[in-house]
Design a protein around this ligand. Sequence first.
Ligand code: AMP
Length: 524
Amino acid sequence: MKIKSFADFKINKKILHAVVDMGFEAPSPIQSMTIPLLLSGKDVIGQAQTGTGKTAAFGIPIVEKITSRELQALIITPTRELAIQIAEEIKNIGKYKRINVLPIYGGQPIERQIRGIKRGIQVIVGTPGRILDHLQRKTLNLNKINIVVLDEADEMLDMGFIEDIENILSYAPQTRQTILFSATMPPELLALAKKYMNNPEYISVIKEQITVPTIEQYYFESKEKNKVEDLCQVIDMAQPEKALIFCRTKKRVDSLVENLRIRGYIADGLHGGLTQRQREKVMQNFRKGNIELLVATDVAARGLDIDQLSHVINFDIPQDPESYVHRIGRTGRAGRSGVAYTFITPEEYKHLRAIEKVIKQRVNRKNIPTVMETLENKKSYLYKRLLKLLEQEDNNKQVLDLLNELSGHYSYQKIALAALRLCFGDDNQESSNNGLSSDSNKKSDMVRLFLNIGKVNKIGPGDIARSIAEGASIPENAIGSIDIFDRFSFVEVPANLSEKVFQLMQGINLKGKILNIEPAKNRK
Ligand code: AMP
């Protein structure tokens, strides 16, 4: 049977429910292939990188197979970060089955882990050295283990952990199910598999090569926590007419749409959680150009008939090379030029390389544009559009009437300046120059800045004023109005000092949050 949805797996409703909560709409290719085999009790070797959905591929069967309060599954990972991430994902999958998961890794006090293990843990995710340490101290007992997963096995091999792993496996019952995931399959791993696995099935999402049409493709490296801000910088630089932005899950679609809207972009989302009517409305608005950014999951975008996309942006890297080709092939249709941008986190490089191998093309790196670059770009974009208009015959009656009326009260220069400010989305403020005016020495020239910190970070106007005054060495009374919202704030600073504020404050840690500062936008 071809697996199309999670409901096609024979798994507990509580897990299905949890997976829906996580925003997954359909199984990824590695999940469709691996989950049935693991449920049937087979040993599996999976060749897949981070980003393919491999954690849930073993996490779902692990949670499904848990039947008692004893420790039944052990996942061995090369790093502490990965251990925490996997534990988090399994906790989410097992939330309605109330599964207890514990990450254990070096660097954390062992006493705390021992107390944790005693609480009745069913799944342990750990790094080899620390697992072995517990086994040797007899604070961990693998007698009831049914499943052992070796995740990112090639990394563990590179880091010299193979001996530790062999040692750990000797503590687990022979009857266990063993699963090995790795991006590459060097001979040492195949030898390990032969020695410790029972007639394993081999699954790979590394596919035959596919070719993509000529679309300009670039990637940006961005840490998860900076992705939204970095995306905004890219959008401001690229000025897309119509962009389709892909996210991995429904939840991420909703949260990105909200984040874009609070920053003034005209965005809407499309995912499997919408009714047919809602979908149609969003699509209609997008086609008409009432929405400039459409954020969607792969499933929702399937079968969408949209031409004339100027950009496809992979906010999340797709889970397999075919989806990549599918997604980016939506731009550059009918002989038009197309641009595809992909955001990758530092952990996802291997996944990108696998995509490049399949599409037989290199995806080149671009750096996230700086605030000043995007402002400059906005200026030259506006300049080009104005030149085009200036060369056209003016016969728009409404515009001419408005000009005639205004010119009775103001000079043409004043009218032109006001109209240009409107173009910059700069009409909301008493006096502001968004860092663009050359005459920026007057005290009244204030720039409004967006800060990614708000009430939820327990910050008040005094904290913001003080940290800007101290951080950028400017007098506190030079700071203008400060508006604090739940997750972000606006603050006015003198235009001639705004660059200094950017340079000295960008990226600092304020109340535990890495600060991002941008000129406040007001795009329409
Ligand atoms: P992994 O390859 O396991 O590191 O997963 C990468 C990301 O994809 C994680 O954030 C997962 O939560 C997410 N993910 C896993 N499976 C799916 C799915 N079927 N649909 C959408 N997102 C998924």
